[in-house]
Design a protein around this ligand. Structure first.
Ligand code: AMP
Length: 240
């Protein structure tokens, strides 16, 4: 596994090199490719993906109290409560596999979550790197409507930009691909409205306060090309 290192600016030029966990925040609208890029980064850096959407869907599948409480909101494309997602992320980042760092995919989505995230990162001494995947609105609509997911391993496909080798079947485990409930058109519209109102404004929060913000044009190029740009920007995070 590649490990991750960061050097804080005040240490540059001195002999001291301090290893801190890195928190990669993947930021962008629904359909911007956060999940796909997260999986590339997992393979590259060996740090886990923390997808709040996946964690919430897991609760729904398990039919537990949390799952029952959030199912209606998720199926309608609304955000679930800040308290719940903050708690889920808090518990997740304290697991041993997050020791060297982690990728936040789909979190934070509100100002209250961003503030809670900052407190969490400060407590775990993690260095924050924000990657903003910038995508044109029309591209988003066509991507989401063609999106299919493997219900078993979570791999994402797209009929146009990233088709499976056999139509409707996961390349990795042969499962039949499905459309997520909240990828239906009316729900997608609501998710994009939520994004515009609650999440997009966070980009100003990050521009003003984060130490490191990388903005990548993720509209035109294929996912591998986008990942190459991210890799080039983050190559200092890999210690070989
Ligand atoms: P995603 O898979 O990231 O697109 O998330 C799917 C759905 O899960 C969203 O439309 C929300 O209903 C819910 N969700 C995921 N992450 C969050 C979050 N950070 N805050 C609130 N709701 C979330």
């Amino acid at each position: 596994m590649a490990s991750v290192k960061t050097t804080t600016p005040r240490e540059t030029g001195s002999a001291a090199v301090e290893s801190r966990p890195v928190a990669i925040v993947l930021f962008g609208s629904p359909g911007s490719g956060k999940g796909t890029q997260a999986k590339y980064i997992v393979d590259w850096l060996g740090i886990p993906q923390i997808s709040t959407g996946d964690m919430l869907r897991e609760h729904i599948r398990g039919g537990d109290a949390i799952g029952q409480a959030i199912q209606g909101r998720m199926n309608a494309g609304s955000l679930v409560s800040d308290e719940l997602v903050n708690q889920l992320v808090f518990e997740r980042i304290h697991k041993p596999d997050c020791e060297h760092g982690f990728i936040l995919d789909g979190y934070p989505r509100t100002t209250a979550q961003a503030e809670a995230m900052r407190r969490l990162l400060a407590a775990s001494r993690a260095e924050e790197v924000v990657i903003h995947l910038v995508v044109d609105y029309n591209v988003i609509i066509s991507r989401i409507s063609g999106r299919r997911v493997c219900p078993k391993c979570g791999t994402l496909y797209n009929a146009v930009s990233h088709p499976p080798k056999t139509e409707g079947i996961c390349d990795l485990d042969g499962s039949r691909l499905v459309t997520r409930d909240d990828d239906r058109e009316e729900v997608v519209r609501e998710r994009l409205t939520q994004y515009e109102n609650q999440t997009r404004p966070l980009i100003d929060f990050f521009r003003n306060t984060t130490g490191r913000l990388i903005e990548v044009d993720a509209s035109g190029d294929g996912p591998e090309q986008v990942f190459k740009c991210i890799q080039a920007e983050l190559k200092d995070l890999v210690r070989r």
